[in-house]
Design a protein around this ligand. Structure first.
Ligand code: CAA
Ligand code: NAI
Length: 247
């Protein structure tokens, strides 16, 4: 029996990186997947690749920071598949700079996408989850949200804020049959990390007890557990998937 048979999942930021691996994994476990991403070209390409693998999926262009755009995305998902069982709030951006140099624009952009975006998507899917009395919401935090990171004032604020929202929603929505949890990945090999210099990446690897960075599949596996019925009694949890970097 597939672990997500006939479930409908919206995965934001699924055109690339961790989100794409999650879309693939969810699809192979029987889910119907909405690939919700800002990047139209990559989104269309990802949809094509997953359809070729036999996965039921649809790309819907969205800017999670824009509430109108999010509402339209949710309407399209409901029109296509009739319900929403799972929301993976995975879309995220970085605009790194030291505090002394960070512009208000850089600060605000990251808050808008990484924090307000999660609020927007969750509020927009809520009525359909409440109506069916069941739902799974997974928010993507980060090692930076718990431990901080040089150059990431904006990102750390958003990723820490997500943990507060996760726990609040777990308390508000548990009684409605909706589980809300977070995954906090460590440094994971996607476009977000490969933009950093090789010597910084090498230093990071050394800090990890597992002696390697995360792979997108490592994080997608955690999303899968938290999206499946196997985690029905897990609520308000922050699952660190980071090779033990900060023990
Ligand atoms: N720890 C301690 N000190 C550090 C440091 C670190 N990790 N990184 C930089 N510094 C120090 C530098 O050595 C330098 O010190 P001196 O002034 O004494 O020389 C000082 O801080 C300023 O550093 P830069 O010269 O690099 O400053 P810059 O303004 O040119 O660049 C920066 C600043 C953009 C933040 C750049 O350092 C950078 O890109 N750092 C990497 C930030 C990072 O880790 N991003 C994570 C991306 S992946 C991700 O976000 C996913 C996730 O969830 C983890
Ligand atoms: P990525 O950069 O490879 O993919 C992010 C996706 O989000 C892209 O497809 C992008 O188009 C999309 N996106 C960006 N802004 C958007 C918006 N406004 N609306 C809709 N989609 C938007 O990044 P990666 O590495 O796959 O990251 C996924 C999540 O994991 C992010 O939330 C990130 O902060 C988090 N994370 C990543 C880590 C890493 O080391 N790669 C570590 C910890 C957390």
């Amino acid at each position: 029996m597939s672990r997500l048979q006939d479930k409908v999942a919206i995965i934001t930021g699924a055109a690339g990186g961790i989100g794409f691996e999650a879309a693939r994994k969810f699809g192979h476990e029987g889910a119907k997947v909405i690939i919700a991403d800002f990047d139209e070209a990559k989104g269309i390409e990802s949809e094509k690749n997953l359809l070729e693998e036999g996965i039921t999926c649809k790309f819907v262009q969205v800017n999670v920071a824009d509430r109108e755009s999010v509402d339209t995305m949710v309407d399209k998902a409901l029109a296509e598949y009739g319900k929403i069982d799972i929301l993976i709030n995975n879309a995220g951006i970085t605009r790194d700079a030291m505090l002394s140099k960070m512009t208000l624009e850089q600060f605000q952009q990251v808050i808008d996408v990484n924090l307000t975006g999660v609020f927007n998507c969750t509020q927009a899917v809520l009525p359909s989850m409440v109506e069916q009395g069941k739902g799974k919401i997974v928010n993507t935090s980060s090692v930076t949200g718990t431990y901080g990171n040089v150059g990431q004032t904006n990102y750390a604020a958003a990723k820490a804020g997500l943990i507060g929202m996760t726990k609040t929603w777990a308390k508000e929505l548990g009684r409605k049959g909706i589980n809300v949890n977070a995954v906090a990945p460590g440094f994971t090999m996607t476009a977000m990390v490969s933009a950093m210099p090789d010597k910084v990446i090498d230093k990071m690897k050394e800090m990890v007890p597992m002696q390697r960075l995360g792979k997108p599949e490592d994080i997608a596996n955690a999303y899968l557990f938290l999206a499946s019925d196997e985690s029905d009694y897990v609520n308000g949890h922050v699952l660190h998937v980071d090779g033990g970097i900060m023990m």
